[in-house]
Design a protein around this ligand. Sequence first.
Ligand SMILES: *Cc1c(COP(=O)(O)O)cnc(C)c1O
Length: 395
Amino acid sequence: MRLNALPRLLCRLTGCNRSSPGAVHYSKTTSSSRRCFSSSSSVVDLRSDTVTAPSRPMLEAALTAPTGDDVMGEDPTVIQLQEYMADLAGKEAGLYVPTGTMANLVSIMAHCHTRAGEIIIGANSHISLWEAGNAASLAGVHTRQLPETPDGVLRHDDIRDAFRLDTDDHCAKTALICLENTHNMLGGAVLNPDDIHATGKLAHDELGIQLHIDGARIFNAVVASQQSLQNICQHVDSVSICLSKGLGAPLGSVLVGDKEFIRLAKRARKRCGGGMRQAGVVAAMGLYAVQNNVERLEQDHIRAKRLGAELHSNGFFLPRNGQVDTNLIFFGLPPDSKVSREELIPRLLKEYGIKLSGGYSRGGELFRLCTHMDLNDEGVDRAAEAIVSLCCGRP
Ligand SMILES: *Cc1c(COP(=O)(O)O)cnc(C)c1O
């Protein structure tokens, strides 16, 4: 590529000709109740922390990354990322995969590689709800789904009741317990590290099985609990970690665990079609993300708490009595809301340029907001104002 074409390419890739991420151009001049958001203004997108665009320095990291054929194990950047993540988690090895869904799937395949396996898992976990039933359809693994406590863990007596050996041919042998941290459907709840340790000990010392954590947002838990990743994971056998959620990489997850587990996971990745060649180009962006964008998650948490408090104090329903641990907020409309459940999303977009997602639990009545690095204080405040004024009819 010609060097002088680089800035333009970077601009195209990052969309940096918008003035700044999440910048506010919304004009408050309209006073009619049917205001209309002008299309020249920027949209504030609170649907997910996956909507972020790769930043310029992140793209520059990709441009200078050394690469090789990773199927042959020769991509230095992928190797560096895998080792970096394994070290952070205090594990022996890592495996780079395209998505969090695939990280969980190959983890389950590796833990249950002898087949006829069963895993004990939260009924509201991402693996149970949002991964297309792949544990059953692709891994051939049966999921035993237990209700989580409000803190996002599984009760030990429930685990003991669900646990089964293969001495009885009626039973699929239990191989694994899965937890999720932070817990998405519980509103970004941070698991208490002591609860994770206790579950790890139950798995290892009493039941002779393994513990996996779906840690798509585990760095949010690291920042919120002020504990190291290594400490959180000390009694955990494997962790899947997304680089493309709050950390801002365009794609990629890393699965970490011991060497033999990663060897089995790598074979499972191949069976899933996922060996990549010069993957260092994208792994470099993941490495940049994890080396630069962890501490700033605190910002996302502060903004989410502010947003949650604003809704809660205006009569919106918030699970856990309004407690917001990290960057996710679920909410239901106040009983006397001026807009219906069906109207909220289209009207927020059309009239205020605010995007959020809906249709979650309690009969589909909950909406979700998610803060991330491409937002700023003004955008978040504008979202809170818009939701409150639409639903509560205040100016
Ligand atoms: C998003 C998410 C995943 C899946 O990650 P993708 O990269 O979207 O496949 C897994 N677990 C949890 C808890 C998630 O939030």
